[in-house]
Design a protein around this ligand. Structure first.
Ligand SMILES: Nc1ncnc2c1ncn2[C@@H]1O[C@H](COP(=O)(O)OP(=O)(O)O)[C@@H](O)[C@H]1O
Ligand SMILES: [Mg+2]
Length: 1019
């Protein structure tokens, strides 16, 4: 009890300490307190708000502790990454485990010091191999070693790096052994295992998750001297290494057996082998046309350079390939220099790699390669004696010692580069050259130097330079008139749809799923391919939500490259796909200067799209995948804190936005684990959707509110909320045609409704809940085929409404009772309700009354009055923004127009009604609309029996599917009358009889009496 007093004192509200003590309020109930509770206790409004806010800030586990700021950087403007590091993060990590075989038996044969040196040499070599490949040695355990790739910084080819490092350790060890063998020392053999997967890494670098364990176990299964990887790793590196399948293995602590692969060696030069394309080219006609035009000019001797710019996966390389394919038989020399991330600090690596391919590499004897080079130089009239010693080293062609040049390194390099450029220019003069430069963002500085020379001097020869780069690349050459740029745009919706359709071939994916793919991938072809592939593997139920493992690393790598801007991306990812500068600033608690620079960086890296200038700017993640990746990297606890902050900031400082998007707040509070707030906002969102006739959304939102309520212990306040939500949810279900579900929830609400306790409880539109509940249920049960129960509910509702003495409630009950009586065909009783209603009513009530009256007129042959009443009722209702029930009014209007001999008007109203049912999902009346359409088709000047039959079929099938027995009975009667007129009486009886005999009550109502009479005629 002391604590509560302290807490209140801290809030500056000690005056309530006694009150709280008297009411036995301690920390355990604080989180359950609602605004109403506090009001009952007599806490004034301002203090209630302060208290609720403070309660929301309580840390559930340590109530005594003063609330901490949500973000450690909340008040400061220091670099935000420190905060993230301090708590840890989630990552997709490649783990390599390396261990010596039989070390105990070897060490036993050796002197301890000798053993130490031997192991030391091996560990040094292994660590060097790991570090060289950009890995991180996390642990050395005796003679074992655990290395990580993807931490502290991810790169897009972590798995490939790990595999290369592993092979290189084995090679190094073989080397150590060869040396030691000469000295008579025993050989060392290592096993290596690699696994990749999601982990959590805490601030101290401690790893939580399976990959370390799995890689250790995989290592133990490897043969001495080999490298074994899991199928998951193999998927990421397939095509780069020669691998042998090693079958499926059960591993301790791993539920599913894993398929393992032994890596034999790297295949080829480390460039991704040209794959067969998954899809035919989509779009890009303009880009290709532009390339072809430029190529024509280059061919004429007017050299050209085109830089294709775009984020990863947008189709830069594909565009080059498509261009290549279109060159056909045109004489040209194709030279391709590809920059590799792994080698971005190796001078001229793209040229060396090309040289190896062009001249055959180590498999071809050195003399042959030199002769080949001499020959090609002579062909373009360059002096071999002078140029071979300069060029051979660049092309990785061995040169005998005596021919190596002895120049100062600077001078040598200068002359080498000049020779290379001269050779290219001369080559182009003898036959047009296409020089394809891939991925310039990874070019080493020396290569860039060469390219600068070519870019500036290539205008006068038939040379077409075609380069690709990511947006962050800054060309080191000045823009010239013979230079052009293509900024690739993402595919548009239609193109994504075409691409998915092609990828999924025989599997027809639903329209929603395809739409989802388009949204999530932002039209990046690579993402479209990967997301669709995952979808096909996992099935549509798996959803489009998961991030394909093949993209995990590259997405994380993109985020890691952002440095401190990464945290801003993560906070943005919690806020949502779209956010404003103001909102982000409040949530992040970062100062303007660092925040703006971070956002600029994110825009430059093509991660965010920006509109406007800060602070009046808005942002959107270019594709949801990167947003998801940023979100995934956050620890769950931190996500929770950020969601909470987002919800609170929206609620307290962005009231307009909050009112417009209550579901957004509900989402944040749900993710933050603040159940009460989540219930409140899901409820608000659901009621709001219901009011705007967004019935499906309303149903989902209300269900979420109810699901959350179910997780809490019942309190009176919660019970009150629950009743209201149940009624609203039941309405949403009943209106969308789920009558059975609707009835279930009306019943559930009634079961917890206690007249004594809930008498004064009103709905959001200010009506008594108990009366509302009965009124709604009355329509629902009539449709389900219980007319007597329907009348009973309606009567009870009116009686209870009178007792409340509450005009709004009474008007409502009368309106709904009139509906129920109309359904039952008791038009006199219905008119009586309306008379009483109109006497009481305000404007809206009068409009409602007029509509019920108008519908009654149309049913009783008073067509002219019906048209007048319904048209005026619709007009005044529309002016209040209400669109619910319009199909219902419209089909009655259509009936009246038919009666008046205005078939065109009738047709128009019906089409409108049918369209509205489909669009608003107001499906409760779908069967009846179709039945009426059929009846009207029969009444047209040229009766259309076939058309009517189709409508009746539809009405029957909808009614059956909804178990709406009363609508089914009406549809069956309409069909039976049609068939009887066609002489098919027996068929008519067989249709109608079972529907009629299903009924157990309401035999005095109009429909059942008519059905009975009709059956007698058919007998
Ligand atoms: N216009 C397109 N139509 C069909 N597939 C495409 C298209 N553009 C790219 N792709 C496919 O998307 C993937 C990524 O394209 P790629 O050219 O490698 O991207 P980048 O070089 O920009 O990183 C490849 O599999 C490619 O075949
Ligand atoms: Mg590429």
């Amino acid at each position: 009890m002391h604590q509560i007093a302290d807490w209140l004192e801290k809030l500056g509200m000690s005056e309530y300490a006694r009150l709280f003590a008297e009411n036995r309020i301690d920390f355990s109930v604080l989180p359950d307190l609602t605004d109403q509770d506090l009001e009952k206790l007599g806490v004034v409004l301002g203090d209630r708000r302060k208290m609720l806010r403070a309660i929301a800030n309580l840390d559930d586990k340590s109530p005594g502790v003063a609330p901490e700021p949500v973000l450690s950087s909340a008040q400061s403007t220091t670099a935000p990454t420190a905060a993230a590091k301090a708590v840890g993060e989630r990552r997709y990590l490649t783990v390599m485990f390396c261990d010596l075989v039989g070390s105990t038996s070897i060490s036993a044969q050796l002197d301890a010091e000798e053993w130490r040196d031997l192991v030391g040499a091996y560990l040094d070599a292994a660590s060097a191999a790991v570090t060289e490949m950009g890995g991180y040695v996390a642990k050395k355990l005796g003679d074992g070693l655990m290395a990580l790739f993807g931490y502290p910084v991810a790169q897009e080819n972590d798995a490939e790096r790990a595999a290369r490092a592993a092979l290189s350790i084995q090679r190094a060890l073989a080397e150590v052994n060869r040396k030691n063998a000469a000295a008579g020392k025993p050989a060392l053999n290592a096993r290596i295992g690699i696994e990749i997967g999601p982990v959590v890494i805490d601030a101290a670098g401690e790893i939580y998750g399976d990959p370390p364990n799995v890689s250790a176990r995989v290592q133990a299964l490897a043969e001495p001297g080999t490298v074994v990887v899991t199928a998951r790793v193999q998927r990421q590196i397939a095509g780069l290494f020669v691998a042998e399948e090693r079958g499926s293995h059960e591993l301790k602590g791993v539920p599913e057996p894993l398929t393992l692969y032994r890596l034999v060696r790297a295949s080829g030069g480390g460039r991704r082998a040209r794959q067969r394309h998954l899809t035919a080219l989509i779009g890009r006609e303009e880009e290709i046309a532009m390339l072809m035009r430029r190529w024509e000019r280059a061919r004429q001797g007017d050299g050209q350079l085109v830089l294709i710019v775009g984020e990863p996966g947008l189709g830069k390389s594909r565009l080059i390939e498509e261009f290549h394919a279109r060159l056909r038989e045109a004489a040209h020399t194709w030279v391709e220099w590809s920059c590799l991330q792994l080698l971005q600090n190796t001078p001229l690596h793209p040229i060396a790699e090309w040289g190896r391919q062009r001249f055959g590499g180590p498999d071809v004897p050195a003399e042959r390669q030199r002769a080949d080079l001499e020959n090609s130089l002579a062909q373009v009239k360059l002096d071999p004696a002078e140029n071979v010693p300069l060029l051979a080293p660049l092309l990785d062609i061995p040169l005998p010692k005596e021919r190596a040049l002895t120049l100062a390194p600077e001078e040598l390099r200068r002359r080498q580069l000049a020779a290379l450029t001269a050779w290219l220019m001369a080559g182009a003069r003898s036959q047009p050259i296409v020089l394809a430069l891939e991925d310039l963002h990874w070019a080493d500085p020396t290569t860039l130097e060469v390219l600068r020379g070519i870019a500036e001097r290539g205008a006068l020869v038939p040379l077409f330079v075609l380069a690709t780069a990511r947006p962050e690349f800054r060309a080191p050459w000045g823009m010239r008139s013979h230079h052009g740029t293509i900024s690739l745009a993402p595919l548009d919706r239609t193109q994504v749809r075409d691409m998915v359709a092609e990828l999924s071939a025989r599997h027809a994916l639903s329209k929603e799923v395809v739409e989802d793919v388009a949204v999530r991938t932002g039209g990046v072809p690579l993402f479209v391919e990967e997301v669709t592939r995952l979808l096909l593997e996992r099935g549509e139920q798996g959803g489009t939500q998961a991030i394909p493992p093949t993209l995990q690393q590259s997405l994380t790598a993109r985020l890691d490259r952002l440095g401190s801007a990464r945290e801003v991306a993560q906070i943005g990812a919690v806020v949502g796909r779209d956010f404003s500068y103001y909102l982000l600033r409040e949530i992040a608690g970062i100062g303007d200067a660092p925040l703006q620079s971070a956002l600029e960086k994110l825009a430059d890296a093509d991660i965010l799209l920006v509109q406007g200038l800060p602070p009046a700017s808005d942002y959107r993640f270019k594709h949801a995948l990167i947003q998801d990746a940023a979100y995934e990297n956050l620890l769950k606890s931190r996500r929770q804190a950020l969601h909470r902050r987002a919800g609170e900031v929206l609620r307290d400082q962005f009231a307009t936005a909050a009112a417009a998007e209550p579901a957004l707040l509900a989402h944040h509070f749900t993710q933050a684990g603040l159940t009460e707030a989540a219930i409140e906002w899901w409820g608000t969102a659901g009621q709001r959707s219901l009011a705007r006739s967004a019935l499906v959304e309303a149903g989902e939102q209300l269900k979420r509110a109810l699901d959350q309520i179910a997780t809490l212990p019942a309190t009176p306040a919660l019970r009150r909320e629950e009743i209201k939500l149940e009624v609203a949810f039941a309405n949403a279900l009943a209106l969308t045609g789920d009558l059975v579900g609707g009835k279930e929830h009306y019943d559930r609400a009634l079961a917890i409704y206690d007249p004594a306790e809930h008498r004064l409880l009103t709905t959001r539109s200010g009506r008594d809940v108990g009366v509302t509940l009965l009124s709604f249920r009355s329509s629902c049960v009539w449709q389900l085929g219980y007319p007597a129960a329907s009348r009973n509910d309606a009567e009870r509702a009116v009686k209870n409404a009178r007792e409340t003495g509450h005009p709004t409630t009474l008007m409502y009950a009368l309106n709904r009772a009139a509906i129920s009586y109309t359904f039952c065909g008791d038009y006199t009783a219905a008119h009586a309700q309306i008379d009483e209603l109109i006497a009481l009513a305000d404007e809206k009530g009068k409009a409602l009354g007029t509509l019920v009256r108008g519908r009654l007129f149309s049913l009783t042959g008073n067509a002219a009055d019906a048209v007048r009443a319904i048209t005026s009722g619709i007009t005044s209702l529309r002016s209040t923004g209400a669109t619910l029930y319009e199909p219902w009014h419209l089909w009655h209007l259509a009936m009246a127009y038919t009666e008046l001999g205005q078939p065109e008007d009738a047709r128009r109203c019906l089409d409108d009604a049918i369209e509205k049912v489909a669009r608003s999902n107001e499906k409760w009346c779908e069967a009846e609309v179709h039945r009426i359409a059929g009846e009207i088709a029969l009444k047209s000047p040229q009766p259309e029996a076939a058309k009517a039959e189709t409508y009746f079929e539809r009405a029957l099938s909808v009614a059956r599917q909804q178990q709406a027995k009363s609508w089914e009975l009406r549809a069956a009667m309409s069909m039976a009358r049609l068939w009887r007129s066609q002489g098919k009486s027996q068929q008519a009886r067989e249709l109608l009889a079972p529907v009629y005999t299903w009924f157990t009550e309401g035999f005095d109502t109009l429909d059942l009496k008519e059905a009975n009479a009709l059956l007698a005629e058919l007998a």
